[in-house]
Design a protein around this ligand. Structure first.
Ligand code: TYD
Length: 224
């Protein structure tokens, strides 16, 4: 496969403030993102850095309205409509929260889902294609890539079991068919190969503490 970033690579950038770090976490439902985010927060605070943790979609007043509109939608949305809603939430989050926070040296933003969610969910599972999703991200401020993305990789069966145990009501995406989920798993795995410089794939079938240890040793290297 030709690398989807090739045609537009020069348009992407990382945050540039010295000593600041932009991290995202990715994975399907039940992969343990929230638990690992808490571990990362504590570790980073222990290093004396400022931390801001956010989630997508949401994180701003406008974004939370969009979150509600998407996740409680009773009508199936066109994949492109879905995609634009997530991007609207993201652009606002970057402008209001992420970019201003990262301007101060020694700041860390931890984001629960970012561009790879759109690539996996809308690009792969909803079949818009990676190239379309990437193209929509080429304009400022959406062209900002994290320094590091932790992808918590679990099997579909594990996700389904963990969802059953949690027993929450299903939202818009959680009520999709199994094929949709399998595409998500495949998509995330493909993305971790395509963007192997940025995405660290972690086997989240392993214990929480094993996964945490790998993340923290990676962070030791990333934090100056
Ligand atoms: P959320 O309850 O935050 O999911 P989780 O707890 O699994 O992180 O709901 C967000 C849902 O939106 C989730 O199913 C993934 C989906 N999503 C997309 O489809 N595209 C996107 O770009 C983003 C950010 C999320």
């Amino acid at each position: 496969m030709q690398h989807p970033l090739n045609s537009i690579k020069s348009l992407y950038r990382n945050p540039e403030t010295p000593g600041s770090l932009f991290l995202s976490l990715e994975g399907i439902e039940g992969s343990g993102k929230s638990t690992q985010i808490k571990e990362i927060e504590e570790f980073v605070k222990g290093k004396g850095l400022r931390v801001l943790t956010l989630r997508e979609p949401g994180g701003t007043a406008f974004g939370e309205k969009l979150r509600e509109a998407i996740l409680n939608s009773e009508t199936p949305l066109h994949p492109l409509a879905e995609c634009h809603l997530f991007l609207a939430s993201r652009a606002q989050l970057l402008k209001e929260k992420i970019l201003p926070f990262l301007l101060v040296p020694g700041s860390v933003v931890i984001l629960d889902r970012y561009i790879d969610s759109t690539l996996a969910y809308q690009g792969k599972a909803r079949k818009l294609g990676y190239q379309t999703v990437l193209t929509l991200h080429q304009f400022d401020p959406l062209n900002l890539l994290p320094h590091r993305t932790y992808f918590l990789d679990i099997e579909l069966e594990t996700s389904l079991e963990r969802q059953k145990i949690r027993g929450n009501d299903k939202d818009y995406f959680e009520s999709q068919k199994q094929e949709f989920y399998q595409n998500l798993v495949d998509g995330y795995r493909e993305l971790s190969e395509l963007f192997s410089d940025r995405i660290l794939k972690l086997n989240a079938e392993n214990s929480i503490s094993e996964v945490t240890a790998l993340i923290l040793s990676d962070l030791e290297r990333l934090i100056p």
